[in-house]
Design a protein around this ligand. Structure first.
Ligand SMILES: Cc1cc2nc3c(=O)[nH]c(=O)nc-3n(C[C@H](O)[C@H](O)[C@H](O)COP(=O)(O)OP(=O)(O)OC[C@H]3O[C@@H](n4cnc5c(N)ncnc54)[C@H](O)[C@@H]3O)c2cc1C
Length: 392
């Protein structure tokens, strides 16, 4: 079956970048409940919109989702464009991509952020291709303001000062004229993401087309405090959705939920993670981690080794290809602290590491490092926390 992919605005031209204005965020909801990533991205989008001096707009798709739109204002949205339609009740690529692209072709935002959830990773590239613009996937840092971006590079990279100083214009070849052209990126979105297995950070710009699109890793951007007055004041715009079953190659017949509840690492205040260090007694190691997590009121996570070895399911993975977490306390049991693991947990408020190798890299970022055998140390930690709780 062939689906028509014409945009609502047939005059839309992504290369006329002067016509584009405002920062947009795709606000993901499931079953009428806003995903926490929507609040994270609205908060980050607020920062970018302030730097550009433009409005921040949330784009909300669903069926009868007006009731949850105002909440986005409380985290910083100036306006929410609500797209209601029965065919948007459950996510499908065709329907969502059509409505998002229609809205973008009409209102022309200069930047468009989407959370890198399963839905966002599916929707983002489809929309970017249809709109003929660029998308940087899985971003962990965003900037517009050039001085702020340069400060970020100074603190987070090894780029020499003279290179940082010169940033502002990039040269690109025009494929039509074959000539090199200078592009000023000082007002453009600078999208930073891990590359080459997390060994490098790459900053990507989209100088020739709009909107500049980014998918952003869940849990990376910090949520603003909720402001009820702003929620009450947010402008709600109803979008005239043009959608029919003919626009879709698929039909949702039934939604079957995973029988097992997945672990909520991103929302957890206390995480006890295990790594290869438990290999000599996997069951015993996980039990020790679970007991410690229970005393703390937290959850169990794991390094990729623990997931790839089948000791824990994929939803437990912390790190570059797992979840990014910032709990109050992160306890790493038998985890070496690879760059990919640290990418997902180094922003934790307090890190406690137990490792029998005193040179393990995890100790470089740990607030408390315990050099010893986790099978001996963990029960002691559990008892100590139990006693401290009882004393309270
Ligand atoms: C593209 C890419 C993406 C990746 N994404 C991720 C990711 O998202 N998350 C992730 O975690 N990894 C990721 N990895 C893998 C990563 O490079 C490491 O291989 C992995 O993090 C190592 O896991 P580990 O620390 O459990 O194991 P190891 O590095 O083998 O460390 C085990 C540690 O346990 C200690 N130990 C052993 N026995 C004991 C004991 N009895 N008591 C105390 N300490 C003990 C050892 O001293 C050692 O430091 C990725 C790799 C690539 C290439």
């Amino acid at each position: 079956m062939r689906i028509k992919t014409e945009l609502a605005n047939k005059e839309f031209d992504s290369s006329k970048i002067a016509e584009f204005k405002n920062v947009w965020v795709f606000c993901e909801q499931r079953e009428g409940k806003m995903m926490p990533t929507s609040f994270e991205l609205i908060s980050e989008g607020r920062k970018l919109a302030n730097e550009l001096g433009v409005n921040l707009v949330g784009l909300l798709l669903g069926d009868n989702v007006d009731g949850i739109a105002k909440e986005l204002g409380g985290y910083g949205a100036d306006e929410v464009i609500v797209c209601n339609h029965p065919l948007l009740k459950t996510y499908t690529t065709d329907a969502y991509a059509k409505v998002v692209c229609d809205a973008i072709s009409e209102f022309k935002p200069e930047a468009f952020l989407i959370a890198a959830t399963n839905i966002g990773r599916d929707l983002g590239p489809r929309c970017a291709a249809r709109l003929h613009t660029g998308l940087c996937a899985d971003c962990t840092h965003l900037d517009v303001d050039m001085p702020a971006y340069k400060d970020f590079l100074r603190s987070a990279s090894t780029l020499p000062e003279d290179r940082i100083d010169k940033l502002g214009t990039i040269m690109l070849k025009n494929n039509l004229t074959d000539k090199m052209e200078a592009h000023d990126v000082s007002r453009g979105l600078k999208m930073t993401r891990p590359a080459f297995g997390g060994n490098l950070m790459a900053s990507i710009v989209c100088p020739r087309f709009r909107p500049a699109m980014a998918t952003v890793r869940p849990g990376v951007m910090k949520k603003n405090p909720f402001d009820q007055a702003k929620a009450d004041a947010v402008k709600i715009t109803k979008y005239n959705v043009q959608l029919s079953q003919d626009d879709m190659a698929t039909e949702v017949i039934e939604v079957v939920k995973a029988a097992k509840k997945l672990v909520d690492l991103i929302g957890a205040d206390y995480i006890v993670s295990v790594g290869r260090g438990i290999s000599k007694d996997v069951e015993g190691g996980i039990k020790l981690a679970e007991e410690l997590a229970e005393v703390l009121g937290g959850v169990v996570g794991g390094s990729r080794v623990a997931i790839d070895s089948g000791w824990l399911t994929a939803d437990h993975q912390v790190g570059q290809t797992g979840k990014t977490v910032h709990p109050k306390v992160y306890i790493a049991l038998g985890i070496s602290g690879s760059i990919q693991h640290k990418a997902g947990m180094s922003e934790s408020e307090c890190i406690i590491a137990v490792n029998k190798n005193e040179n393990a890299p995890i100790f470089e970022i740990a607030d408390y490092g315990i050099c010893g055998d986790l099978f001996k140390v963990t029960p002691m930690l559990t008892e100590a926390f139990k006693a401290a709780k009882a004393a309270k």
